[in-house]
Design a protein around this ligand. Sequence first.
Ligand code: PA5
Length: 466
Amino acid sequence: MKEIKPLIFDYNNMMKDFLGEEGFSDKELKDNFPKAQIAHKFFEENRGKNMLGWTELPYNQKSIIKNIKEVAKKARKADAFVVLGIGGSALGANALFNSLCHLHHNELKKSKRKAPKFYVEDNIDPVRMKELLDILNLEKTIFNVISKSGSTSETMSQFLIIYKILKEKYGENAKNHIIATTDEKNGNLIKIAKEESLTTFFIPDGVGGRFSVISPVGLLPAAILGIDINQLLKGCIYMDKMCRKNNSKNPALVLGLLQYLAMKKGKNISVMMPYSDNLKLVADWYSQLWAESLGKKVDLNNNIVHTGQTPVRALGATDQHSQIQLFTEGPFDKVITLIGVKNFKETVEIPHIFPQYPAVSFLSGYSLNDLITNERIATEYALTKNKRLNHSIILNEINAHTIGQLLMFFMIQTAYVGAMLNVDTFNQPGVEEGKNATYALFGRSGYEEKLTELKTTKPKNDKYII
Ligand code: PA5
């Protein structure tokens, strides 16, 4: 068996020793550690309860995994597998796909890909829908409609469009092209799924959208793609165990505290910058997790707090040529998370040609692996020299286990920070506001009051329209 290596969390560059006044002292960390420990205690005492149901998903899905694998075995024969979902019902599957599949999965021959082509349709742009339909062979396509609430306008409208087409084409057999993932008891999707006898998976109680990647929401697409979901969950367990410690050896707790203290000092932006294309969509997933969980108007005592840190996604080395200038010399309002990979699954050598041009040939004999690693180290150096709060997370390699560790790390860290901020980490009233306004604009029954409210908003002034 391959040796399991934990992710490494290096927070040197968050400290005074390296950043001077911009950094934190050991004393500051020590003095504030009780705050982190209260958050940790709350987390441990409530794991598995209320909206912390997701903490137990790595442990309690044995029969569900069996079911997922059975369904996946059949679905893998399809030409295409399409997720219809948005937000937490899309980002996790996309992150798993991006991190653990070939970066050009859909362009590979089926014999090499060994799984269906994969699409995550997380928007309602009519052009995107039409053009997706242009390329799909519906006869060999399976759609996974994912919605916990079973009422999200974007997802349900996509489902209605697709299901009508399937019904017209295949009549009774339309149901064989759809898998529904939703709440077991609430919402309309479960009702439709029952009426239409759709294959169905449930999003358990206590698992909100942005914490659902290790439920059937992410696991079914992952299994269909051939990802080792057992290893993924083992990685989650590995990290969960590391996070049982209520001391400075718990990486999610230390980073959580540092982020909390940084927020208190006005660092309102959290930059996530992996140096790996495979982790690009993990940064997207993190953005939702961080933004929706911590961006809150009120705290648990109903005080107006307006908390949160705006997540910014960047990709190393690509964004060294766009955003790094701002990160290095712009306002002191950011905490930058660099993610590195020690051993990439591929090695690409840079060849020896044009020795007559030293400014080019200095790269010869090295590999792209050396280059991307040194660029990450160089960025870390430049940020630190300019007194920018930054830290690094290093994965030994990218595999299902390390990705499980990473996802669990961020989910647990988010829960800790929410507890430190004393906000409801698991609600999203700001999202609901927009969802409800959309329902009202479409005249959905039960939203009459919201429509009246919308109609009484101040009309726009032409003076400000050019
Ligand atoms: O994290 C969340 O709760 C949201 O982003 C939801 O996942 C998103 O709004 C989609 O909701 P649903 O799964 O109910 O369709």
